[in-house]
Structures are given as C-alpha cells and as structure tokens.
Design a protein around this ligand. Structure first.
Ligand SMILES: [Zn+2]
Length: 97
C-alpha cells in the first residue's frame, strides 16, 4: 500500500480514537453524575432550584414604615420616635379639635 496513504489512514484512525475516548469519558462522567445523583436522592436529598432567599423584613425602619406601609408595633414606634406621626390613634370622624 502507498506509504503516504497508509500514514493518512493511521492519523485519521488515531484522531477517531481520541474522539472516541473523549466521548467515552464524557459518557462515563455523565453516568457517574447520574449515579451520584441517585445516591443523593436515595439518602433523602433534595434538589433545589436556585435558593430563594427569604426577604428579611426589618421592622422599625424608614423603609418598612414608609415604603412598605407597615404599621406594626415596631414600625409605628419608630414613626413616633422620629416624629413621622404624632399619635397612633386613628382619627375618628372629625369630631375633635
Ligand atoms: Zn413593621
């Protein structure tokens, strides 16, 4: 057989072998991951989507009182302290003052 042709065939075969090896490695990795995942789930593990952070409400702050219109004890106390409101008593039907 022609020597150059033979070399070409060999190099192509070598290349194919590398590709095959890479594919096999990927397949193994995938299988490994699946196995690990199954083990994880079997142990009672949970797969969570991106962790949702619970919004930490800070009562007794400007943000909470003004922006979120929170009228809980802490927020009202803050408003009173800051002079945002003068009383916690709600106005009744326009009788007084
Ligand atoms: Zn509040």
């Amino acid at each position: 057989m022609n020597e150059i042709l033979q070399q070409r065939i060999e190099s192509v075969q070598a290349g194919r072998n590398i590709t095959h090896a890479q594919t096999a490695a990927k397949r193994n990795l995938r299988k490994e991951l699946e196995t690990e995942m199954e083990k994880f789930l079997a142990r009672g593990g949970e797969i969570k989507q991106a962790e949702t952070r619970v919004y930490q409400v800070k009562h007794g702050t400007n943000t909470q009182y003004v922006k979120h219109s929170c009228r809980c004890k802490a927020c009202v106390a803050w408003a009173l302290k800051k002079g945002v409101v003068k009383t916690t008593q709600l106005k009744k039907g326009g009788g007084e003052g």
